[in-house]
Design a protein. Structure first.
Length: 473
């Protein structure tokens, strides 16, 4: 199978060719030439499979240039109870993403049992093993450069630590992450992990990454790569747990399930869209945002209008004003018209917006089964309190946004699955504010913040970052 760019001007490539890259050469995002589709009989045969078996069924349809035996080995090595070991319900330790039922027809899919307590481990751990496999084959090296405001950086570092041929240079802002998030990254002592703490804010970290990546000569000479959320392998890996949840929430193939997804870069919900294109009977994909409501505005009005400034909220991992994976969805919505995407994103990239209502494209959104809503700080705390008091379950602020918006679109007789994107222990301040209690942490992380830390503090200086990469590379 080939992958093509949403902007239509880049060469068609195989999975392994796009694995290590970011944007296509024309600035677009790679998507499969066509989505492989599971028949009803094939879906029925997948019921009862464990996570590893499901992952192989789904991913082997999307990855056809890695021999199946190798792919199976990579998947089996990734999705183990040992890696996803923070399952709170120990009876289900082998079920790495248990479906927790709050009441009949209302569920939370626990996706945050990996090493960094956020759902990003689900895809990033696979990415680490795929990268290692690809580099082993070619004998190549990769210097991963990234910027993080919290969860992505730690997930990437835990996935890449100790991997041959890979170094991680992760820029993080001096202020803005929780102490827990900082300690998760800075306590890593692996030789191939470099934490560069920038005396600035997240946007400045991101600007440095862009500046280094735009130096094409430097990028090629030093094998600079990325693991950001547009990476196709990450999105593909995330589609697996929609299958997993659908099987867990239904008894037969003729049942539909709605999913509510706390959203920032549109990666998670894009994976749901792909699962549906592959034949999974999804009724609604509910896009939940926080106060940064660009996506909610689009699904309500047809206007996509990224904001120049991001608001800082108590669900910080969704503080994003430009949803990088959104282009993949609009490509499909618009009937895969690359010229249309070039013109829409031409406007967005020069600080503008687009309105799909005026040209009739927005009418198709209903056919794609999308819904949306947004949440405020007060909504978030209320939801954390209600879920704790009514169901005895503690959820994190991002998951709370998802549940709040999901409930607004719940329909009788249709199971609703809310994606849990982080464990509450990662966002203690919000839990304290809502309930005046301390979330319980996994025992081995009890003294995380007290462990020795290793980090390199730097000014906002592109050349200093380049020099550091050269010296360590
Ligand atoms: C990354 C993240 C999100 C947003 O996911 P997207 O794929 O960017 O939409 C939501 N919640 C948490 C906790 C995250 O880490």
């Amino acid at each position: 199978m080939n992958y093509l760019s949403t902007r239509g001007l880049a060469p068609r490539l195989r999975f392994s060719d796009i694995l290590l890259g970011g944007l296509a050469s024309d600035g677009g995002l790679y998507v499969p030439e066509s989505y492989p589709r599971f028949s009803a009989a094939e879906l029925a045969a997948m019921r009862g499979m464990n996570y590893r078996e499901l992952a192989f069924e789904v991913l082997s349809r999307l990855i056809d240039d890695i021999p199946h035996d190798d792919l199976k080995r990579i998947i089996d090595k990734t999705y183990t109870a040992q890696t996803y070991r923070y399952v709170t319900d120990q009876e289900n330790a082998e079920d790495i993403t248990p479906l927790k039922t709050l009441e009949p027809g209302l569920h939370i899919l626990a996706l945050s049992n990996g090493p960094t307590l956020a759902f990003k481990d689900m895809a990033m751990q696979l990415l680490g093993n795929l990268f290692e496999y690809a580099l082993d084959k070619t004998g190549g090296e990769l210097n991963i450069l990234g910027a993080t405001s919290g969860d992505t950086g730690s997930a990437a570092e835990y996935a890449m630590r100790g991997k041959r041929g890979i170094r991680v240079f992760m820029l993080s802002p001096e202020h803005g992450m929780t102490r827990f998030q900082q300690a998760q990254m800075y306590a890593l002592m692996d030789d191939n992990i470099h934490n560069l703490v920038v005396r600035g804010v997240f946007d400045q970290c991101q600007d440095i990454v862009k500046a280094v990546s735009n130096d094409l000569d430097f990028k090629a000479r030093h094998h600079i790569g990325a693991v950001n959320s547009i990476n196709w392998a990450r999105v593909a890996a995330q589609s697996v747990y929609y299958f997993k949840a659908w099987f867990a929430a239904t008894h037969s193939n003729d049942q539909e399930v709605s999913f509510s997804v706390p959203s920032g870069n549109f990666g998670n919900v894009c994976a749901g869209h792909i699962a549906r294109q592959m034949g999974l009977p999804i009724r609604k994909l509910i896009v939940a945002t926080n106060e940064n409501d660009v996506l909610d505005e689009f699904f309500r009005t047809g206007v996509y209008r990224p904001r120049p400034q991001t608001k800082h909220t108590s669900s910080p991992s969704m503080d994003i004003s430009k949803a990088s994976n959104f282009e993949r969805f609009i490509f499909d919505l618009g009937g895969r018209d690359a010229a249309k995407i070039r013109s829409l994103w031409g406007a967005v990239e020069t600080g503008g917006s687009f309105d799909l209502k005026t040209d009739g494209l927005f009418d198709r959104v209903a056919g794609f089964g999308m819904a949306s809503g947004s949440s405020s700080h007060a909504n978030r705390l209320d939801t954390i309190r209600t879920v704790y008091e009514v169901y005895g379950t503690l959820i994190d602020p991002h998951t709370a946004d998802g549940l709040k918006v999901g409930m607004e679109h719940r329909e009788p007789g249709v199971p609703l699955v809310c994606m849990e994107t982080a464990q509450p222990a990662k966002f203690e301040d919000a839990i304290r504010e809502a309930l005046h209690i301390e979330p319980v942490r996994p025992a081995e992380l009890a003294d995380l913040e007290a462990q020795p830390q290793r980090k390199q503090v730097m000014d906002v200086d592109v050349d200093a970052v380049k020099r550091y990469i050269v010296e360590q590379g």
